[in-house]
Design a protein around this ligand. Structure first.
Ligand code: HAM
Length: 422
């Protein structure tokens, strides 16, 4: 019997890992410039945390969560997102005791039982960023500025930024009432799920994927018409700072996001290159969630990037190519093989990535091996070269060959690499 990966779960193969590492190290570098610190949170949490945090009526909680009961009967869930877990960790570990404003990031796998398709998996990876403790619009704009800067550093400048405000509980009430009465008038055109949502949580009709519900929502009332003075001032501040920071955006009053915890600013970064799964990142402010989860009264804002989607965009654009080793050693004969085996370890110690075939092959086969590995250079050392004390260094792309002294070959190669092989 041959085993296959579970549907919607995918291996990340060695040929792709370099792109993943590049994205993650760029993220870590940039986030630390902005004062973020890394936090690592468990994959399993009590299921109730997500029901409470994300909302019982959301698709994520009601349809997509991977839940299990452990041996003691506790209902657990594999995390579908990171925000609720980060807040749980923040409260449990009293992270509020130090700095009033804490900026955190995490990265890792999330799990949602969705129908797998291009850009959508059941296990996917997020880079998640949160600012906890600051209520003002500067944090919103700085966070959005950072994410757009991140994408342009990755060579992905053509992404679209949509922003909206969902108001606070005060202005959301009248909006919800207006929306409900609008939806009641169109009840017959809504799918059965949305007919139920009209009663339980009408805002969730905005994220329904059924076409006839989308049609109804096109003329739905806009949250922006219901914002109170404070929420209007906040949203105006976010927009003004974004303009000053030269971040292009468009306001989309129907951008609701699929999680219940948002208040005020929400945003999504979209691409036209990936088909239906066009959101590469999304986030927003969630000023009430911390209190809801039993913590202090701390406002917060954050976002998460879908790593698979970024990898796909980078691969589509061919921005990165997998690189082979710096050097392959091609010794011929036992004496040269033994010397090369020792040089190999010394070169690696000195930071030169190198490989060697251990099967005593002829020169042609060793060159084929170097080609397959996509090596930059090959050092050829046969009996003649040993006698002369000079090896042949061949450049695999230009085919140019030069002689190098074997007396201190490790030092020589290290210094050539430092001079970028010139
Ligand atoms: P989200 O919009 O549910 O937000 O997910 C953020 C990103 O994760 C999406 O824009 C998408 O790129 C990626 N993503 C989501 N589901 C999948 C999937 N099944 N397959 C591949 N990629 C996927 C959140 O999760 C919030 N926690 C973001 C946040 C942080 N809000 C505040 N802080």
């Amino acid at each position: 019997m041959q085993y296959k990966a579970v549907r919607g779960f995918k291996d990340i193969l060695p040929s792709q890992v370099e792109t993943w590492n590049m994205i993650e190290s760029e993220a870590k570098r940039l986030f630390s410039l902005f004062g973020y610190r890394e936090i690592r949170i468990p994959v399993l949490e009590k299921a109730e945390l997500f029901a409470r945090g994300i909302g019982q009526d959301t698709d994520i909680v009601s349809k997509e969560m991977y839940t299990l009961t452990d041996r003691r009967g506790t209902q657990l869930a594999m995390r579908p997102e990171a925000t609720a877990s980060i807040l749980r960790a923040y409260i449990e570990n009293k992270l509020y005791a130090g700095n009033p404003v804490l900026k955190l990031f995490t990265m890792g796998p999330m799990f949602r039982y969705e129908r797998p398709q291009k850009g959508r998996r059941r296990q996917f990876h997020q880079i998640d960023v949160e600012i906890i403790g600051d209520p003002g619009p500067r944090s919103d704009s700085e966070l959005i500025y950072m994410i757009m800067d991140f994408f342009s550093r990755l060579g992905l400048p053509d992404l679209v930024l949509l922003i909206n405000s969902l108001g606070c509980i005060e202005c959301r009430g009248p909006f919800r009432a207006e929306l409900r009465s609008y939806l009641r008038k169109h009840d017959a055109h809504l799918c059965p799920d949305c007919q139920l949502r009209v009663k339980t949580n009408p805002l969730r009709v905005f994220d329904c994927k059924v076409e006839r519900c989308n049609q109804v929502m096109k003329d739905a009332p806009s949250m922006l018409d219901f914002l109170c003075n404070d929420c209007t001032r906040h949203f105006d501040g976010v927009k003004a700072y974004l303009e000053q920071l030269n971040v292009g955006f468009s306001v989309n009053p129907h951008l609701m996001r699929g999680l219940d915890y948002y208040t005020r600013t929400t945003f999504e970064v979209q691409t036209e290159e990936l088909g239906a799964q066009n959101a590469v990142a999304g986030g927003g402010r969630y000023d009430l969630l911390m209190k809801d989860l039993g913590g202090p009264n701390s406002p917060a804002i954050g976002f998460a990037i879908g790593e698979e989607r970024i990898v796909e965009l980078i691969e589509q654009q061919g921005v990165l190519r997998e690189r082979g080793p710096d050097l392959v050693l091609a010794p011929l004969g036992e004496e040269a093989e033994t010397m090369a085996f020792l040089w190999l370890q010394e070169l690696r110690k000195a930071g030169v990535s190198c490989e060697m075939e251990y099967r005593s092959l002829g020169l042609k086969a060793q060159m084929r091996h170097a080609d397959r590995l996509d090596a930059r250079k090959v050092l050829i050392v046969g009996e003649d070269e040993l006698n002369k004390g000079r090896g042949i260094l061949r450049d695999m792309s230009t085919k140019e060959q030069i002689e190098v002294s074997l007396g201190d070959v490790v030092k020589e190669i290290v210094s050539m690499k430092e001079r970028k092989w010139t």
